[in-house]
Design a protein around this ligand. Structure first.
Ligand code: 13P
Length: 233
């Protein structure tokens, strides 16, 4: 089953959430939809069609860690997923692979499925380092046990309107699949993301080992999100 993850980042309020949920409920689809919402919107969803994810998880378990939201707390809201190591966390909060792996482990321990994000910078892309960079990020960011999802999002594609060539995406997804297979994790879904919209998705949706997409801006409103759902049907 194809997966579509919407990442709202630091956007959206209750009313936006209600509107998008209602629009998705009215849409016929067989794909798996996961909305990764701000902590303030995680709670209390009744939809059978939409699974909920958080966008970050504390490095700590419950305790005296003011301002942190633990895996147990996320699980308690009913959320089933959590983004780990999103490029914006790696950039603005200096999360390295070791931190990401620890968070992925904490997610699994708290019955959450981590969506582990990996992607090269523009400089790495331009100097042909994408493959070694992605390989290292992948092997050093995944949890010690349990299921997870991989989201390949080139950092330079996020929010920029730029996307890699079809052939580049195909090569990287094949490499990620081969690595996962070598560690008996070939059933792990591999998503692609970065400036995805209803137009450009057609270029990527039939690439082998692209099991779905992760979408930022275009996931905020039904006008841009529903056409993506429809094109994945
Ligand atoms: P955009 O789709 O806004 O480029 O964001 C991608 C992203 O970061 C999803 O996690």
């Amino acid at each position: 089953m194809k997966i579509l993850v919407g990442n709202w980042k630091s956007n959206g309020n209750m009313s936006d959430k209600k509107k998008l949920f209602a629009a998705i409920e009215r849409t016929k689809t067989d794909i798996k939809i996961i909305l990764c919402l701000p902590y303030t919107l995680l709670c209390c969803n009744k939809s059978n069609k939409i699974a909920i994810g958080a966008q970050n998880i504390s490095d700590y378990t419950n305790g005296a860690f003011t301002g942190d939201i633990s895996g147990q707390m996320i699980h308690d809201t009913g959320a089933k997923y959590v983004l780990v190591g999103h490029s914006e966390r790696r950039t603005y909060h200096h999360e390295n692979n070791a931190i990401v792996k620890n968070k992925a482990n904490l997610a699994v321990q708290n019955k959450l499925i981590p969506i582990i994000c990996i992607g090269e910078t523009l400089a790495e892309h331009q100097s042909n380092k994408t493959k070694p960079v992605i390989k290292k990020m992948l092997l050093n960011s995944i949890p010690d046990y349990g299921n997870f999802i991989i989201a390949y999002e080139p950092r330079w594609a996020i929010g920029s309107g730029k996307t890699p060539k079809q052939t580049e995406v195909a090569k990287i997804h094949q490499m990620i699949f081969d690595i996962l297979k070598s560690i008996d994790k070939e059933k792990t879904p591999i998503l692609f993301g970065g400036s995805i919209n209803a137009k450009n998705i057609t270029r990527f949706k039939n690439i082998p080992h692209v099991d779905g997409f992760m979408v930022g801006r275009a996931s905020l409103k039904s006008e841009t999100f529903l056409p993506i759902i429809k094109s994945m049907n």
